[in-house]
Design a protein around this ligand. Structure first.
Ligand code: GTP
Length: 556
């Protein structure tokens, strides 16, 4: 393919404005996929994406399009819209020269429309505004055109008005891609430089790296070297994504595709790495800023015998999602596990769901926290040292001075949602590290009949401890099933109890319906009850369903 006939572009938008639907129509129009009623979010491959109706992972597809006798290769990269996943957006943009900025004709410009526009603008990409959902009864495309002109300084006549759902006017989007987005500036005669912008793990074929070629050519059989690790590999397969992998003999500069080169260890395919020919090593391409985790949670196997399975599942999944950081950790109550860092709460939930769905792993997640830095006065040194060994974040003392990033703790759980509803979805929200600040913090324990629930230990501001403690106790009361005995739920700071709720005694008698029944049926029911209990965590003598923790945390 001549470089001048290649266009690399992304679709960006606020959540639900129709990126995936537009991607489906573009795939159909170019004959990449058949036109059937079932083409719903073809690029959303993950089960969690289909279930939640959100895009988590950027996908790539190469489309072939004929226009005025010329054949064009259009490389499309789908991107997620939620703020938790904006690192995926900037990563995708590094392989593009232009974006389609999709805006809902009814809702108009929203928070992520603005954030995505500026990501594209800073990367100096061509921006094509696409006003979608013009078929809606309340659609007001003229109002949205004016917004776009006012906010982004893009003349309103550059807006393309479409209905991705019905396919109306989608052809003119393809025309605009060819006319308004420049071909990539690349050099095929130079030695190879390929940017790894994403990678996935396949059980049988190992690591599949998604690459954008900036210089040269790569063919099957080439010996390549990673600029990051200096390890060499032989290329086993190269190809384009259509959107499924389709092997080709070569990939040329300007193209986007995949490459398999016998990378078996998940840590070998670093995103942002540059691949060169072994014989002609080159200066690496500018990589990506690594994503900075903002929410930390402990993750432990439900049963310690599953430690190794969970370890390999986490390793594989982090290859697909390199923004998750992993450190080994251990807890007296929960055994060996990890402390994971996520970009936000949705990111954490999605990771957890993918572990369960794609790797069949059962895990316990502890309360998410933000990073704190503890500074201890020297007279507390001995006890403090013990605490640090146990856990880097929670200190086993009341009177310690902690340095922390105050607002972050306030925003990790529900700030984004409240902000969105308060501002009718208009306010833009993004976060970055602003350094550490001094604050009066206390460690709060949640106790069930006097035993600490490790999963729910939190660090809170002194002034908020009472109200947060009370809320957690109330919520825990709602999610704990009654048991044979009374359960006292308490929030405590050190030895001081600051809130209490009680769950009254009760027993679910599974044999109630079996009077006179035969003994084997009774045994069966008792066995089933015992199996059900395996999904429970025992804290002292109290049984806690695994999802009770998540329920308590989510509405916090
Ligand atoms: P994320 O992947 O979560 O960022 O969402 P998205 O931007 O990809 O949105 P998606 O394509 O999933 O569309 C969101 C909803 O809007 C779906 O229910 C679509 O059916 C609907 N939708 C998309 N395009 C149109 C359109 O042109 N008209 C109407 N009426 N609905 C549309």
């Amino acid at each position: 393919f001549p470089v001048e006939n290649i266009r690399n572009f992304s679709i960006v938008a606020h959540v639900d404005h129709g990126k995936s639907t537009l991607a489906d129509r573009l795939l159909e129009l170019t004959g990449t996929i058949d036109k059937t009623k079932n083409n719903k979010q073809v690029l959303d491959k993950l089960q969690v994406e289909r279930e939640r109706g959100i895009t988590v992972k950027a996908q790539t597809a190469s489309l072939f399009y004929n226009c005025e006798g010329k054949q064009y290769l259009l490389n499309l990269i789908d991107t997620p819209g939620h703020v938790d996943f904006s690192y995926e957006v900037s990563r995708s943009l590094s392989a593009c020269q232009g974006v389609l900025l999709v805006v809902d004709a009814n809702e108009g410009i929203q928070a992520q429309t603005v954030a995505n526009f500026f990501l594209a603008f800073e990367a100096q990409l061509s921006v094509i505004p696409v006003i979608n959902k013009i078929d809606l009864k309340n659609a007001d495309p003229e109002r949205v055109e004016n917004q776009i002109e006012k906010v982004f300084d893009i003349p309103s006549d550059e807006c393309i008005k479409i209905s991705a759902k019905l396919g109306t006017n989608v052809e003119s989007v393809l025309q605009a891609i060819i006319e308004r987005i420049p071909p990539p500036k690349v050099h095929r005669k130079n030695p190879l430089r390929a940017l790894v912008f994403d990678s996935t793990f396949d059980q049988y074929r190992g690591v599949i790296a998604n690459v954008a070629l900036f210089d040269g050519v790569v063919s099957k059989g080439d010996k390549i070297v990673s600029a990051h690790t200096q390890k060499t590999y032989e290329v086993n397969e190269v190809g384009v994504l259509n959107p499924n992998e389709q092997p080709t003999h070569k990939l040329y500069a300007g193209q986007v595709g995949y490459l398999i080169a016998g990378m078996k260890d998940v840590t070998e395919a670093q995103i942002g790495d540059t691949l060169c020919l072994h014989k002609q090593p080159m200066e690496p391409l500018p990589g990506f800023k690594s994503a900075k985790p903002m929410v930390f949670a402990g993750m432990y196997p439900l049963d310690q015998s599953e430690y190794n399975n969970l370890k390999s599942a986490i390793e594989k999944l982090t290859l697909n999602d390199s923004s998750v950081t992993v450190h080994r950790d251990s807890s007296l109550a929960l055994g060996a596990g990890w402390r994971l860092g996520f970009l936000g709460l949705l990111h954490m939930e999605v990771f957890n769901q993918r572990l369960e769905q794609e790797y069949n792993a059962s895990v316990i997640l502890t309360t998410p926290t933000v990073p704190y830095k503890a500074v201890l006065s020297s007279s507390k040194l001995i006890k403090a040292r013990r605490a640090v060994q146990k856990n880097m974040i929670f200190i086993d003392q009341n009177r310690v001075m902690l340095k922390y990033l105050f607002p972050l703790n306030e925003i990790v759980v529900d700030f984004y949602d409240s902000l969105k509803s308060l501002s009718s979805g208009y306010a833009s929200f993004d976060y970055e590290d602003a350094g550490y600040q001094t604050a009066e913090l206390v460690k709060m324990d949640i106790l069930l009949n006097g035993n600490t629930v490790e999963e729910l230990v939190t660090v809170v501001h002194k002034d908020k401890a009472h109200s947060i403690g009370k809320a957690i106790c109330e919520r825990l009361k709602d999610s704990l099933p009654r048991q044979l005995f009374e359960i006292a739920i308490q929030a405590a700071i050190g030895s001081k109890i600051i809130a209490r709720e009680t769950v009254k005694a009760y027993r679910k008698n599974v044999l109630a319906k079996c009077y006179g029944g035969d003994i084997t049926r009774k045994m069966k029911l008792l066995k089933r009850q015992a199996e059900g209990k395996k999904k429970l965590r025992k804290i002292g003598n109290v049984e806690v369903p695994k999802d009770a923790f998540i329920k308590v945390l989510k509405t916090q």
